[in-house]
Design a protein around this ligand. Structure first.
Ligand SMILES: [Zn+2]
Length: 357
Protein backbone atom coordinates (compact mmCIF):
# COMPACT_ATOMS: atom_id res chain seq x y z
CA UNK A 1 0.00 0.00 0.00
CA UNK A 2 2.92 2.32 0.69
CA UNK A 3 4.09 2.30 -2.90
CA UNK A 4 1.10 4.37 -3.97
CA UNK A 5 1.97 7.15 -1.51
CA UNK A 6 4.01 9.94 -3.04
CA UNK A 7 7.44 10.67 -1.60
CA UNK A 8 7.58 13.48 0.96
CA UNK A 9 10.19 16.19 0.40
CA UNK A 10 11.95 17.09 3.69
CA UNK A 11 15.26 18.55 4.80
CA UNK A 12 17.94 16.24 6.17
CA UNK A 13 20.51 17.31 8.76
CA UNK A 14 23.21 14.75 9.44
CA UNK A 15 23.62 15.95 13.06
CA UNK A 16 27.33 16.73 12.54
CA UNK A 17 27.17 19.75 10.28
CA UNK A 18 24.62 22.50 9.79
CA UNK A 19 24.24 21.57 6.17
CA UNK A 20 20.64 21.20 5.06
CA UNK A 21 20.12 18.58 2.38
CA UNK A 22 16.80 18.15 0.56
CA UNK A 23 15.76 14.49 0.57
CA UNK A 24 12.65 12.48 -0.19
CA UNK A 25 11.03 10.06 2.23
CA UNK A 26 9.25 6.92 1.25
CA UNK A 27 7.94 4.09 3.40
CA UNK A 28 8.54 0.50 2.36
CA UNK A 29 7.25 -2.05 4.81
CA UNK A 30 9.06 -1.59 8.11
CA UNK A 31 11.67 0.73 6.61
CA UNK A 32 11.90 4.42 5.97
CA UNK A 33 13.80 5.11 2.74
CA UNK A 34 15.76 8.35 2.65
CA UNK A 35 16.81 9.33 -0.86
CA UNK A 36 18.50 12.26 -2.64
CA UNK A 37 21.04 12.61 -5.43
CA UNK A 38 23.79 12.06 -2.84
CA UNK A 39 22.08 10.03 -0.10
CA UNK A 40 20.43 6.64 -0.10
CA UNK A 41 19.84 4.76 3.15
CA UNK A 42 17.06 2.95 4.96
CA UNK A 43 16.11 3.21 8.65
CA UNK A 44 13.81 0.84 10.54
CA UNK A 45 10.57 2.77 11.13
CA UNK A 46 10.48 1.61 14.73
CA UNK A 47 13.84 3.29 15.44
CA UNK A 48 12.71 6.69 14.27
CA UNK A 49 11.54 9.10 16.96
CA UNK A 50 8.51 10.63 15.35
CA UNK A 51 7.42 14.14 16.31
CA UNK A 52 4.39 14.75 18.42
CA UNK A 53 1.54 15.81 16.25
CA UNK A 54 0.86 19.46 16.89
CA UNK A 55 -1.63 21.73 15.21
CA UNK A 56 0.91 24.06 13.61
CA UNK A 57 4.54 24.35 12.75
CA UNK A 58 7.35 22.26 11.45
CA UNK A 59 7.83 18.59 12.09
CA UNK A 60 11.13 17.14 13.15
CA UNK A 61 11.85 13.41 13.31
CA UNK A 62 15.01 11.99 14.85
CA UNK A 63 16.97 9.14 13.32
CA UNK A 64 19.02 6.71 15.45
CA UNK A 65 22.27 8.15 14.00
CA UNK A 66 21.45 11.54 15.56
CA UNK A 67 20.44 12.96 12.19
CA UNK A 68 17.12 14.77 11.89
CA UNK A 69 14.47 15.14 9.23
CA UNK A 70 12.64 18.46 9.18
CA UNK A 71 9.56 19.51 7.34
CA UNK A 72 8.19 23.03 7.39
CA UNK A 73 4.82 21.94 6.01
CA UNK A 74 3.21 20.25 9.02
CA UNK A 75 -0.01 19.47 7.16
CA UNK A 76 1.84 17.70 4.33
CA UNK A 77 3.90 15.72 6.86
CA UNK A 78 0.79 14.61 8.78
CA UNK A 79 -1.00 13.68 5.59
CA UNK A 80 2.00 11.62 4.45
CA UNK A 81 2.22 9.87 7.87
CA UNK A 82 -1.46 9.04 7.82
CA UNK A 83 -1.26 7.77 4.24
CA UNK A 84 1.58 5.47 5.27
CA UNK A 85 -0.33 4.12 8.24
CA UNK A 86 2.01 5.78 10.74
CA UNK A 87 -0.82 7.46 12.58
CA UNK A 88 -2.64 4.13 12.89
CA UNK A 89 0.40 2.38 14.20
CA UNK A 90 0.75 5.03 16.88
CA UNK A 91 -2.85 4.41 17.91
CA UNK A 92 -2.20 0.67 17.92
CA UNK A 93 0.84 1.21 20.12
CA UNK A 94 -1.27 3.26 22.50
CA UNK A 95 -3.97 0.59 22.51
CA UNK A 96 -1.38 -2.04 23.25
CA UNK A 97 -0.14 -0.17 26.26
CA UNK A 98 -3.70 0.59 27.27
CA UNK A 99 -4.53 -3.11 27.06
CA UNK A 100 -1.50 -3.89 29.15
CA UNK A 101 -2.52 -1.41 31.83
CA UNK A 102 -6.08 -2.73 31.83
CA UNK A 103 -4.78 -6.27 32.05
CA UNK A 104 -2.56 -5.33 34.95
CA UNK A 105 -5.38 -3.58 36.81
CA UNK A 106 -7.66 -6.56 36.23
CA UNK A 107 -5.04 -9.02 37.40
CA UNK A 108 -4.41 -6.93 40.51
CA UNK A 109 -8.15 -6.77 41.21
CA UNK A 110 -8.54 -10.53 40.77
CA UNK A 111 -5.58 -11.09 43.08
CA UNK A 112 -7.05 -8.85 45.77
CA UNK A 113 -10.49 -10.44 45.53
CA UNK A 114 -8.87 -13.87 45.60
CA UNK A 115 -6.76 -12.98 48.59
CA UNK A 116 -9.77 -11.60 50.40
CA UNK A 117 -12.04 -14.52 49.54
CA UNK A 118 -9.70 -17.46 49.71
CA UNK A 119 -6.36 -16.28 51.06
CA UNK A 120 -7.64 -14.91 54.34
CA UNK A 121 -10.02 -17.81 55.09
CA UNK A 122 -7.19 -20.21 54.21
CA UNK A 123 -4.85 -18.32 56.55
CA UNK A 124 -7.57 -18.40 59.21
CA UNK A 125 -8.02 -22.16 58.84
CA UNK A 126 -4.28 -22.65 59.12
CA UNK A 127 -4.05 -20.56 62.27
CA UNK A 128 -7.11 -22.24 63.80
CA UNK A 129 -5.53 -25.64 63.17
CA UNK A 130 -2.39 -24.76 65.16
CA UNK A 131 -4.10 -22.85 67.96
CA UNK A 132 -4.56 -24.90 71.13
CA UNK A 133 -8.16 -25.62 72.18
CA UNK A 134 -7.40 -23.94 75.51
CA UNK A 135 -7.34 -20.63 73.68
CA UNK A 136 -10.97 -21.14 72.57
CA UNK A 137 -11.90 -21.63 76.22
CA UNK A 138 -10.12 -18.46 77.35
CA UNK A 139 -11.74 -16.61 74.48
CA UNK A 140 -15.15 -17.95 75.53
CA UNK A 141 -14.70 -16.86 79.16
CA UNK A 142 -13.61 -13.37 78.16
CA UNK A 143 -16.52 -12.97 75.77
CA UNK A 144 -19.01 -14.31 78.30
CA UNK A 145 -18.00 -11.85 80.98
CA UNK A 146 -18.10 -8.97 78.49
CA UNK A 147 -21.56 -9.97 77.27
CA UNK A 148 -22.80 -10.59 80.81
CA UNK A 149 -21.66 -7.13 81.90
CA UNK A 150 -23.19 -5.35 78.95
CA UNK A 151 -26.29 -7.23 77.96
CA UNK A 152 -27.31 -10.10 80.17
CA UNK A 153 -28.94 -10.76 83.48
CA UNK A 154 -29.78 -13.98 85.34
CA UNK A 155 -32.36 -16.17 83.62
CA UNK A 156 -35.92 -16.01 84.85
CA UNK A 157 -36.75 -19.45 83.49
CA UNK A 158 -37.64 -22.18 85.94
CA UNK A 159 -34.75 -24.55 86.52
CA UNK A 160 -36.99 -27.45 85.47
CA UNK A 161 -37.61 -25.83 82.09
CA UNK A 162 -33.89 -25.12 81.62
CA UNK A 163 -33.17 -28.75 82.45
CA UNK A 164 -35.88 -29.94 80.02
CA UNK A 165 -34.27 -28.03 77.13
CA UNK A 166 -30.81 -29.27 78.10
CA UNK A 167 -32.03 -32.89 78.25
CA UNK A 168 -33.81 -32.66 74.89
CA UNK A 169 -30.60 -31.44 73.24
CA UNK A 170 -28.54 -34.15 74.99
CA UNK A 171 -30.97 -36.81 73.69
CA UNK A 172 -30.74 -35.46 70.13
CA UNK A 173 -26.95 -35.62 70.26
CA UNK A 174 -26.91 -39.28 71.32
CA UNK A 175 -27.14 -40.38 67.68
CA UNK A 176 -23.91 -38.54 66.85
CA UNK A 177 -20.64 -40.40 66.56
CA UNK A 178 -18.58 -39.91 69.75
CA UNK A 179 -15.86 -37.72 68.20
CA UNK A 180 -18.40 -35.53 66.40
CA UNK A 181 -19.72 -33.66 69.42
CA UNK A 182 -17.55 -30.95 70.96
CA UNK A 183 -17.76 -30.23 74.66
CA UNK A 184 -20.70 -27.94 75.32
CA UNK A 185 -22.32 -26.21 78.25
CA UNK A 186 -25.74 -24.59 77.92
CA UNK A 187 -26.46 -21.42 79.91
CA UNK A 188 -29.65 -19.36 79.99
CA UNK A 189 -29.75 -15.60 80.39
CA UNK A 190 -32.36 -12.92 80.47
CA UNK A 191 -31.07 -10.40 77.98
CA UNK A 192 -31.39 -7.10 76.20
CA UNK A 193 -30.70 -8.97 72.98
CA UNK A 194 -34.24 -10.17 72.60
CA UNK A 195 -34.73 -13.72 71.33
CA UNK A 196 -31.27 -14.97 70.53
CA UNK A 197 -28.73 -17.71 70.96
CA UNK A 198 -24.99 -17.61 70.77
CA UNK A 199 -22.15 -20.10 70.73
CA UNK A 200 -19.04 -18.95 72.51
CA UNK A 201 -15.70 -20.45 71.58
CA UNK A 202 -14.86 -23.30 73.90
CA UNK A 203 -18.43 -24.61 73.84
CA UNK A 204 -20.57 -22.34 76.01
CA UNK A 205 -24.00 -22.06 74.39
CA UNK A 206 -26.01 -19.06 75.51
CA UNK A 207 -29.75 -18.99 75.02
CA UNK A 208 -31.93 -16.07 76.01
CA UNK A 209 -35.18 -16.47 77.91
CA UNK A 210 -36.81 -14.47 75.12
CA UNK A 211 -35.86 -17.10 72.55
CA UNK A 212 -37.42 -19.85 74.66
CA UNK A 213 -40.56 -17.75 75.05
CA UNK A 214 -40.70 -16.93 71.32
CA UNK A 215 -41.35 -20.60 70.50
CA UNK A 216 -43.37 -21.31 73.67
CA UNK A 217 -40.60 -23.52 75.01
CA UNK A 218 -40.81 -25.98 72.09
CA UNK A 219 -37.78 -28.20 72.78
CA UNK A 220 -37.58 -29.50 69.19
CA UNK A 221 -37.21 -25.99 67.78
CA UNK A 222 -34.71 -25.04 70.49
CA UNK A 223 -32.72 -28.22 69.81
CA UNK A 224 -32.48 -27.14 66.14
CA UNK A 225 -31.07 -23.75 67.18
CA UNK A 226 -28.62 -25.33 69.63
CA UNK A 227 -27.48 -27.80 66.95
CA UNK A 228 -26.76 -24.84 64.67
CA UNK A 229 -24.78 -23.12 67.45
CA UNK A 230 -22.87 -26.31 68.22
CA UNK A 231 -21.85 -26.35 64.54
CA UNK A 232 -20.08 -23.02 65.12
CA UNK A 233 -18.27 -24.51 68.15
CA UNK A 234 -17.32 -27.66 66.25
CA UNK A 235 -15.81 -25.74 63.34
CA UNK A 236 -14.26 -23.11 65.68
CA UNK A 237 -15.84 -20.36 63.59
CA UNK A 238 -15.39 -17.64 66.21
CA UNK A 239 -11.64 -18.19 66.33
CA UNK A 240 -11.43 -18.28 62.52
CA UNK A 241 -13.34 -15.03 62.34
CA UNK A 242 -11.22 -13.42 65.03
CA UNK A 243 -8.17 -14.31 62.96
CA UNK A 244 -9.76 -12.77 59.91
CA UNK A 245 -10.65 -9.48 61.59
CA UNK A 246 -7.31 -9.22 63.37
CA UNK A 247 -5.04 -11.36 61.22
CA UNK A 248 -1.90 -9.57 62.25
CA UNK A 249 -2.77 -9.42 65.93
CA UNK A 250 -3.61 -13.11 66.00
CA UNK A 251 -0.42 -14.11 64.24
CA UNK A 252 1.65 -11.93 66.58
CA UNK A 253 -0.04 -13.42 69.62
CA UNK A 254 0.59 -16.93 68.37
CA UNK A 255 4.22 -16.26 67.57
CA UNK A 256 4.82 -14.58 70.94
CA UNK A 257 2.66 -17.12 72.77
CA UNK A 258 1.02 -14.19 74.56
CA UNK A 259 -2.70 -13.91 74.02
CA UNK A 260 -3.42 -11.25 76.63
CA UNK A 261 -3.56 -8.27 74.26
CA UNK A 262 -5.69 -10.20 71.80
CA UNK A 263 -8.03 -11.25 74.59
CA UNK A 264 -8.29 -7.67 75.79
CA UNK A 265 -9.40 -6.55 72.33
CA UNK A 266 -11.77 -9.49 71.97
CA UNK A 267 -15.11 -7.99 73.01
CA UNK A 268 -14.59 -5.04 70.67
CA UNK A 269 -13.50 -7.27 67.82
CA UNK A 270 -16.35 -9.72 68.20
CA UNK A 271 -18.79 -6.85 68.52
CA UNK A 272 -17.96 -5.73 64.98
CA UNK A 273 -17.61 -9.16 63.50
CA UNK A 274 -20.07 -11.50 61.92
CA UNK A 275 -19.85 -15.03 60.63
CA UNK A 276 -19.36 -15.53 56.93
CA UNK A 277 -22.08 -17.07 54.81
CA UNK A 278 -19.90 -20.15 54.57
CA UNK A 279 -19.75 -20.45 58.37
CA UNK A 280 -23.54 -20.11 58.59
CA UNK A 281 -23.90 -22.82 55.94
CA UNK A 282 -21.66 -25.16 57.94
CA UNK A 283 -23.60 -24.48 61.14
CA UNK A 284 -26.91 -25.01 59.34
CA UNK A 285 -25.77 -28.29 57.85
CA UNK A 286 -24.63 -29.39 61.31
CA UNK A 287 -28.16 -28.65 62.54
CA UNK A 288 -29.71 -30.66 59.68
CA UNK A 289 -27.38 -33.57 60.37
CA UNK A 290 -28.04 -33.60 64.14
CA UNK A 291 -31.80 -33.39 63.66
CA UNK A 292 -31.93 -36.02 60.91
CA UNK A 293 -29.79 -38.51 62.82
CA UNK A 294 -31.92 -37.98 65.91
CA UNK A 295 -35.00 -38.85 63.84
CA UNK A 296 -36.32 -35.29 64.06
CA UNK A 297 -37.67 -33.20 61.20
CA UNK A 298 -35.24 -30.42 60.20
CA UNK A 299 -38.31 -28.39 59.24
CA UNK A 300 -38.62 -27.41 62.92
CA UNK A 301 -35.94 -24.79 62.22
CA UNK A 302 -38.32 -23.09 59.78
CA UNK A 303 -40.66 -22.47 62.73
CA UNK A 304 -37.87 -20.49 64.39
CA UNK A 305 -37.13 -18.52 61.21
CA UNK A 306 -40.84 -17.71 60.83
CA UNK A 307 -41.22 -16.55 64.42
CA UNK A 308 -38.13 -14.34 64.19
CA UNK A 309 -39.31 -12.86 60.88
CA UNK A 310 -42.74 -12.11 62.36
CA UNK A 311 -41.12 -10.45 65.38
CA UNK A 312 -38.88 -8.34 63.16
CA UNK A 313 -41.85 -7.20 61.13
CA UNK A 314 -43.73 -6.25 64.29
CA UNK A 315 -40.74 -4.29 65.59
CA UNK A 316 -40.24 -2.42 62.33
CA UNK A 317 -43.92 -1.42 62.39
CA UNK A 318 -43.58 -0.18 65.96
CA UNK A 319 -40.46 1.76 65.06
CA UNK A 320 -42.00 3.37 61.99
CA UNK A 321 -45.13 4.14 64.05
CA UNK A 322 -43.07 6.65 66.04
CA UNK A 323 -42.45 4.40 69.03
CA UNK A 324 -39.33 5.92 70.58
CA UNK A 325 -38.36 2.78 72.45
CA UNK A 326 -35.57 0.89 70.80
CA UNK A 327 -36.62 -2.61 69.73
CA UNK A 328 -34.78 -5.30 71.62
CA UNK A 329 -33.39 -7.02 68.49
CA UNK A 330 -31.84 -3.74 67.32
CA UNK A 331 -29.61 -3.70 70.40
CA UNK A 332 -28.52 -7.19 69.49
CA UNK A 333 -27.49 -6.17 66.00
CA UNK A 334 -24.00 -5.34 67.13
CA UNK A 335 -23.60 -8.93 68.23
CA UNK A 336 -23.02 -10.35 64.77
CA UNK A 337 -22.31 -13.83 66.03
CA UNK A 338 -25.74 -14.37 67.52
CA UNK A 339 -28.36 -16.56 65.91
CA UNK A 340 -30.97 -13.89 65.26
CA UNK A 341 -28.40 -11.62 63.61
CA UNK A 342 -28.51 -13.81 60.53
CA UNK A 343 -31.94 -13.41 59.02
CA UNK A 344 -32.89 -16.59 57.22
CA UNK A 345 -32.93 -16.11 53.50
CA UNK A 346 -34.58 -18.38 50.95
CA UNK A 347 -31.43 -20.50 50.66
CA UNK A 348 -31.26 -21.25 54.39
CA UNK A 349 -34.97 -21.99 54.69
CA UNK A 350 -34.80 -24.25 51.63
CA UNK A 351 -32.02 -26.31 53.25
CA UNK A 352 -34.20 -27.23 56.20
CA UNK A 353 -37.26 -27.81 54.01
CA UNK A 354 -35.32 -29.96 51.53
CA UNK A 355 -34.10 -32.29 54.26
CA UNK A 356 -37.56 -32.62 55.73
CA UNK A 357 -39.16 -36.05 55.70
ZN1 LIG B 1 -24.97 -18.99 63.13
Amino acid sequence: MNTTVAALPVIYFDGKSTRAQPVELRMEGEFLHVRSAELAFDVPVAQVIWPERTRHGRRCAELPSGATLQCADGAAWDHWCRANGLHESAVVRFQQSWRWVTGFVLAFFVLMVGLYNWGLPALARGIVAITPQSFDEKMGQTTLSAIDDALMGPSGLALAQQEGIRNAFTRALRAQAPGQVPTWNLKFRKSRLGPNALALPGGTLLMTDEMVQLVDGDTDVLTAVLAHELGHVKHRHALAMLVQVSALGAVTSLVLGDFSSLLAALPALLGQAHYSREAEREADSNAVQVLTQAGMDPRVMVTMFDRLAALRELESKETSGGNAEKPAAAIGNWLGLAFASHPADAERIALFRRNSH
